[in-house]
Design a protein around this ligand. Structure first.
Ligand SMILES: *Cc1c(COP(=O)(O)O)cnc(C)c1O
Length: 342
């Protein structure tokens, strides 16, 4: 990367933008616009995404067996998942390119986010979803924002395989294979750092489905290092569902991750680790997160479940300073709570 900037000066600028009333800087993505692809401001479509809390979680820390744990709650975004961080950039780029609309295969959150940003931009939104495997809340969001929904028999992978049938030259694919998505999502790494006064955690733990998010967050930390905003990388831990496409954590019910190579690179660069968690472990962790007053959807809880497993195996030290990423809001899958309660 060739960008050069004065690290101290840049940290100050970002801080000032956080407090400014300039609408663009209400976004925790566009506040970092020097680090994003250049897009004409008149094409930028934003819903003030990217202002996520970093919650201290002593209950989660004792559950996992570490001294210090905080949750970056990406479910506290406009449509309730981290997809908004990437979608603001991807839809802005599609608008700037004069596209008629956008299209995505989705287990629900990508399409909810796409639908909202497309509506905001005045673009068509087309969602390909696996029939019967998308929660009511996510379908409701898609409908509310005016997306056209095509239900596909099978799993997410089957829906993804049909994308080319729907996409034409004027419909931009906004799955996480779209490079603009990853550029926006890398801002989650900046958010963690900024909220910690640029102190790097020892570990960042996150759930993975298509592995776009770990690719993006890994890139964010590496860019921060290259720009001398930080002096070392956190280690990344990627937690996938043991049950694969059959997991009840539907947001990570993916068989063939589309960003496998990028993710493997980030794991390698950060001296990271990949593991799987059972649905039982994921739902137990989810209940524990809820008892601290912080709701999340099942897939998100894979991070706490995975951290606990890593501690049990001695792969993470007890005095580690850990950030676990929660990826989606509890109301995205209210059924999962009710199911677990009976
Ligand atoms: C999309 C999503 C994931 C998986 O992210 P990938 O980038 O596909 O690895 C995890 N949790 C939630 C809530 C999601 O919406």
């Amino acid at each position: 990367m060739e960008r050069r900037l004065d690290p101290l000066g840049y940290k100050r600028i970002v801080r000032e933008r956080r407090g400014s009333y300039e609408p663009l800087f209400a976004s925790g993505v566009w506040r970092y616009r020097e680090l994003l692809p250049p897009i004409d401001p008149t094409s930028i479509v934003s819903l003030a995404e990217g202002n996520m809390p970093l919650y201290e979680a002593p209950g989660g820390a004792s559950y996992a067996g570490v001294d210090r744990l905080a949750y970056l709650h990406l479910g506290m975004n406009p449509t309730g998942s981290f997809k908004d961080l990437g979608m603001t950039v991807a839809v802005s780029a599609a608008k700037a390119a004069g596209m008629r609309g956008v299209v995505a295969a989705s287990t629900g959150n990508t399409a909810s986010s796409m639908a909202a940003y497309a509506a905001r931009a005045g673009l068509e939104a087309h969602a390909l979803v696996p029939r019967g495997r998308v929660t009511q809340a996510k379908l409701a969001q898609m409908l509310e924002y005016g997306a056209r929904i095509v239900e596909v028999e099978g799993s997410f992978d089957d829906a993804f395989a049909q994308l080319d049938r729907v996409a034409d030259g004027a419909l931009q694919i906004v799955n996480s294979t779209n490079p603009f998505r990853l550029e926006g999502q890398k801002c989650a790494a900046f958010s963690i750092l900024e909220q910690r006064g640029w102190h790097v955690p020892d570990w960042v733990v996150l759930p993975g489905g298509n592995l776009g998010n770990i690719s993006a967050i890994g890139r964010g930390f590496r860019e921060a290092l290259e720009l001398h905003l930080i002096d070392r990388l956190p280690r990344l831990a990627l937690v996938r569902a043991d049950a694969g496409t059959q997991t009840r954590a539907t947001a990570i019910a993916v068989g063939i991750p589309q960003s496998r190579e990028r993710a493997s690179r980030e794991l390698h660069e950060s001296d990271g680790i990949e593991l799987v968690a059972s649905d039982e472990a994921i739902f137990a962790a989810k209940a524990r997160i809820g008892r601290e007053g912080i709701g999340c959807e099942p897939a998100s809880a894979a991070s706490l479940a995975g951290l606990r497993i890593l501690r049990e195996r001695g792969r993470v030290a007890p005095d580690a300073d850990v950030v676990a990423v929660l990826t989606g809001h509890v109301l995205k899958d209210a059924g999962a709570v009710q199911h677990a309660a009976v």
